[in-house]
Design a protein around this ligand. Structure first.
Ligand SMILES: Cc1ncc(COP(=O)(O)O)c(C=O)c1O
Length: 461
C-alpha cells in the first residue's frame, strides 16, 4: 500500500508496510562498520552524532536514507536541516545536473540563472524591502558578510548576540557564540553575548510565573551602558535556536526587539541559515512574528543540499552593501543558483509551505500527548517541521537528562529513524515533503523509544 495525502508530494511518499526496512541483525550493520573504520583512519573530528551511531549511508530518496548494508531509514533530520525538500528532489537534481554540463563557474559575472534566482528571491521574501543581496557558499561566509555589511552601514564595530546561539565556525562567527579554547580562545574585541528569553527556562518572570520579556530589554540597556562603548552596529540572533535544541522565543520578543533596535539605531540581523526556506512553514521564520529584519542570512535548505547561501539586506542598505565585495570562488555559481531557484519553485509548485504547516498540527498533537504520558518529557515545541523535545530528570527542577537523550537517539536510530542528537534535547527536522502517515510512523518510533528508555532508567510504568 502506498500512503499518500497530497498528490503534489507523491514522489516522496513511501510504502510504510515495507519501511523502515532493517535487514541486518545489528545496526549499524557490518558493511557500515567496516566502511566507517576505513574512513575514520583519516577523517578526524566526527560529530557526536556519527560517534554514537557510525552508519555509512549510500543513497537517499525523498524521506528515506539507505545504508551500505541495505537498511532503509526514515529521515527525521534532513541531513542537518539541509535537505528540506527530501533527498535528491528530482527538480533540484535535474537543475544542478544541467548546469554541471553547461556552465559550472564564471566568478561573479551575471548569468541568466543568477538573474532569475535574485528576482525570485526578492519576490518571496516578506515585506518587499529585502532586495540587496549577495550569494555565498556556506552559512558561515554569509554571516561574516552580514557582519561586514552592518559595520559598513553603521560605521560602528560592536555586536551583540545571544547565549546558546550558533552562527558558524569562522573567527567572527565563533565570537557570536559560546567559545572554547580551541575555537577562540577569546572572543574578538567588540563582540558581546546576552541572554535571550527561553519560555521553558526563564531568567526573569512576572508575578504570575510567565516569562517577563521586558526584563530582558531592561538588562540589555544596562548591559550596553556597563559593558560596551555604545557603538553597537547590530544584534545578531537566530529566530529559533537550532543547535541549542529548537528553542523558541516568547511571541512578544521579536516585535519588542524590532522597536528596541529602531529606537537605538541598532540593526536587527536575523541569522536564518537554519530556519528559512520552509523549515518552519514560512519562507522566513521571522514572518511568524511579522518582523522584517534589516539583514537576514539564508542557507541550508536554500539549495536543498547544494552549497548555496545568501546574505540579504533591506534596500536602504544598498549603498553600504556596495562597499563590501561579494566576490568569492564559488558564491552564486550557476549550479548553486539553479539549485536554489529549483528549490524555491518546488516549494511553490508542491505546496510545501502548506504541507509543513499541516505537519505542524500533527506533530503538535503527538508531542503534547508524549508530554502527558512520559514523565521525562519536560517541554515540547514545534513550528512547521522544526521540533524540540526536552528530556529532564525531574519536571520541577528541569534538570537536563543527557543519558536519556543519548539512549533515545540510539534506540530510535536502531528502529530505523535517522536523526540528530543534542544532549538532553531531541532535535527533529524532517523533510517538508513528508506525508502524514510517514510523519505518524516517525512519531510512533520516537514515542516508543522514549517509553523504553524511561522504563530502563527507572521512570514511568
Ligand atoms: C543559524 C546558523 N548559522 C550559521 C551556520 C553555519 O552554516 P554553515 O555550516 O553552512 O557554515 C549554521 C550551521 O549550522 C546555523 O545553524
Amino acid at each position: 500500500m502506498t500512503t499518500m495525502t497530497a498528490p503534489d508530494i507523491a514522489w516522496a511518499c513511501v510504502d510504510l508496510t515495507q519501511l523502515p526496512k532493517l535487514v541486518t541483525k545489528e545496526l549499524p550493520g557490518p558493511k557500515s562498520k567496516a566502511m566507517h573504520a576505513r574512513a575514520a583512519q583519516f577523517m578526524k573530528g566526527y560529530s557526536g552524532q556519527v560517534k554514537l551511531f557510525p552508519v555509512c549511508f549510500e543513497k537517499g530518496h525523498g524521506v528515506t536514507l539507505t545504508d551500505v548494508d541495505g537498511n532503509v531509514y526514515l529521515d527525521f533530520s534532513s541531513g542537518i536541516y539541509v535537505t528540506t525538500l527530501g533527498h535528491c528532489h528530482p527538480k533540484v537534481s535535474e537543475a544542478v545536473a544541467h548546469y554541471a554540463k553547461t556552465l559550472m563557474n564564471c566568478h561573479d559575472f551575471t548569468t541568466p540563472i543568477k538573474a532569475k534566482l535574485l528576482e525570485k528571491l526578492a519576490g518571496i521574501l516578506p515585506g518587499g524591502e529585502l532586495t540587496a543581496m549577495q550569494l555565498y557558499d556556506s552559512g558561515t561566509t554569509a554571516v561574516e558578510a552580514g557582519l561586514r555589511l552592518c559595520r559598513a552601514a553603521q560605521n560602528k564595530h560592536e555586536f551583540l548576540s545571544c547565549y546558546r546561539d550558533f552562527h558558524g565556525k569562522s573567527g567572527h562567527a565563533v565570537s557570536l557564540a559560546r567559545i572554547n579554547y580551541s575555537s577562540g580562545p577569546s572572543r574578538a574585541s567588540g563582540f558581546y553575548m546576552m541572554p535571550r528569553p527561553d519560555p521553558y527556562r526563564p531568567l526573569w518572570t512576572k508575578a504570575d510565573g510567565t516569562i517577563d520579556t521586558d526584563a530582558y530589554f531592561r538588562f540589555y540597556d544596562e548591559f550596553i551602558a556597563e559593558s560596551t562603548i555604545g557603538q553597537i552596529a547590530a544584534i545578531v540572533l537566530e529566530p529559533i535556536q537550532g543547535w541549542a535544541g529548537s528553542i523558541f522565543p516568547p511571541d512578544d520578543f521579536f516585535p519588542k526587539l524590532r522597536k528596541w533596535c529602531d529606537q537605538r539605531k541598532i540593526m536587527l540581523f536575523a541569522d536564518e541559515v537554519l530556519t528559512s526556506m520552509g523549515r518552519t512553514g514560512k519562507w522566513l521564520a521571522m514572518e511568524h512574528w511579522n518582523v522584517t529584519p534589516d539583514v537576514v542570512t539564508i542557507g541550508k535548505g536554500f539549495g536543498n543540499g547544494f552549497p548555496v547561501t545568501a546574505m540579504v539586506a533591506k534596500k536602504e542598505y544598498g549603498e553600504a552593501i556596495e562597499k563590501i565585495s561579494a566576490s568569492t570562488s564559488y558564491g552564486g555559481n550557476p549550479m548553486a543558483c539553479a539549485a536554489a531557484l529549483a528549490s524555491i519553485e518546488a516549494i511553490e509548485e508542491e505546496g510545501l509551505l502548506e504541507n509543513a504547516q499541516r505537519l505542524e498540527a500533527l506533530f503538535a498533537k503527538r508531542l503534547e500527548k508524549m508530554k502527558k504520558e512520559h514523565p521525562i518529557v519536560g517541554d515540547v515545541r514545534v513550528k512547521g517541521c522544526l521540533m524540540g523535545v526536552e528530556l529532564v530528570k525531574d519536571r520541577k527542577t528541569k534538570e537536563p537528562f543527557d543519558e536519556a537523550g543519548k539512549r533515545v537517539y540510539q534506540r530510535a536510530f536502531a528502529k530505523g529513524l535517522a536523526w540528530i542528537p543534542a544532549g538532553h534535547i531531541l532535535r527533529m527536522s524532517p523533510p517538508i515533503v513528508m506525508d502524514e502517515p510517514t510523519a505518524q510512523k516517525c512519531m510512533d518510533i520516537i514515542d516508543e523509544s522514549i517509553g523504553e528508555v524511561e522504563r530502563e532508567l527507572g521512570y514511568g510504568k
